[in-house]
Design a protein around this ligand. Structure first.
Ligand code: FAD
Length: 385
């Protein structure tokens, strides 16, 4: 019989540990590394990006992609726009030309309407939103003190020490002078133990902070041609017939001489209705069939000529969603509670993550703003000590 020896945990000692390799954690890590801090980034998943999730769009040319997480940013969002400009990432406008569609229920014929002027224009990134997190990762590695990234490294315990913190997790133990916690607050409240415990008010704030879009499920259907555009339609639709509630054009721009990939994307109705729950619990094939049938009702029978289908149900993602995040909030929450910028453990713990940001909270903009705010806080402490 072979003796199995326990695997020794990975050990590290660093200036700043960052929990979570989503946009907020990466933004903070990058800024700190550029300022000469030794940064160790601990990410529970096997990939970086968190809610930023871009997948390959199989039937098209190499490099075609689909966003199953965030896709847009808007002109008034200064932090994300500044970061995109700084990283020189190619941007294109969301397609909006043409008439939109409205469906009151699945039994009634949909109507066309003019949605132009109903919302601000939005912008997308060529290559998908993951272009942003890839570029940040590349920048973090090009810094004079490159960020050390550990994947599959879920943090379980953070313990206060006289001169910093110790951090224990899956297969590792480390020490840091400060820790930036950039995982969604409700996930932190469920999965990470702080010793000594955080204040009651801080714990309540973590639990109360809804993960934005945690309730969402996105479906994307690909086509050889954007047949809705060719028929004078924008691809935008609002539907109460289900399963999708809000649909948008999700075509990729042409790149490197290859043709654009054509796609429609939609958000599934939240789990609040029995129909939406049944749809989410059905088989993949049943879901694909229902989505394509709905697109055919809205945009015509060409929708049956789908070349591919991709989906992601964020309610099943335990690293994004904490308790109760499978239900949508009644309105966009008032993010950026004052405790997130307070002095937890005398500044040893610093909070980041989109939901901690007063500006752009819940959005990519808030993630970037919080990452920069957290990095600035660390550097201010470094200067004053
Ligand atoms: C379907 C969908 C559509 C969206 N659309 C838009 C949009 O169009 N525009 C927009 O601005 N925003 C949109 N958003 C919101 C946007 O995605 C988020 O605001 C942003 O990505 C949050 O970044 P973050 O870094 O704060 O958090 P996250 O991306 O959630 O990153 C947190 C990271 O922490 C990790 N983690 C969790 N627990 C641990 C642990 N114990 N140890 C180590 N790591 C851990 C997670 O794995 C994750 O990588 C959308 C979100 C979804 C889900």
């Amino acid at each position: 019989m072979h003796e199995t020896r326990p695997v020794a945990p990975m050990l590290f000692d660093t200036d700043v540990a960052v929990v979570g390799g989503g946009l907020a954690g990466l933004t903070a890590a990058c800024r700190l590394a550029a300022s000469g801090q030794r940064v160790t980034l601990l990410e529970a998943r096997s990939r970086l990006g968190g809610r930023v999730l871009t997948v390959p769009a199989a039937p098209f040319a190499e490099g075609a992609w689909l966003d199953l997480g965030p896709a847009w940013f808007w002109p008034h969002q200064q932090h994300i726009r500044a970061l995109v400009a700084q990283l020189a990432l190619p941007v294109f406008a969301q397609h909006r030309e043409g008439l939109a569609r409205y469906e009151a229920d699945a039994g009634r014929a949909p109507e066309s309407f003019d949605a132009s002027g109903q919302s601000d224009p939005s912008y997308r990134l060529a290559g998908g939103m993951t272009a942003l997190t890839h570029a940040l990762h590349a920048a973090s590695q090009a810094a004079s003190t490159p960020v050390t990234v550990h994947l599959n490294a879920a943090v379980h315990t953070v313990t206060l020490q006289p001169h910093g913190v110790t951090i224990d997790g899956t297969g590792f133990r480390g020490t840091a002078r400060r820790i930036i916690v950039a995982a969604p607050p409700r996930v932190v409240s469920r999965d990470i133990v702080f010793a000594p415990p955080l204040s009651d008010a801080m714990r309540a704030t973590l639990i109360d902070t809804v993960t934005w879009m945690g309730h969402a499920m996105k479906c994307v259907v690909t086509y050889d041609v954007p047949f809705w555009r060719n028929a004078g339609r924008s691809g935008y639709a609002v539907s109460w017939g289900g399963p999708l509630q809000e649909i948008h054009d999700a075509c990729m721009p042409p790149s490197n001489g290859s043709a654009a990939g054509s796609a429609l994307m939609g958000f599934v109705a939240p789990r609040t209705s029995a129909a939406a729950r049944a749809f989410r619990d059905a088989s993949l094939e049943e879901r694909r069939t229902a989505v394509v049938a709905q697109l055919a009702r809205l945009f015509g029978p060409e929708a049956f000529d789908a070349t591919g289908y991709a989906e992601y149900d964020w309610t099943r993602d335990r690293l994004s969603c904490g308790p109760h995040d499978d239900m949508p909030p009644a309105a966009h929450p008032d993010y950026g509670h004052a405790l997130f910028t307070g002095d937890a453990w005398n500044g040893r713990v610093i909070w980041a993550g989109s939901e901690t940001s007063e500006i752009g909270g819940g959005y990519l903009d808030g993630a970037v703003a919080s990452g920069w705010r957290a990095a600035h806080a660390v550097l201010s402490f470094a200067e004053s000590s």
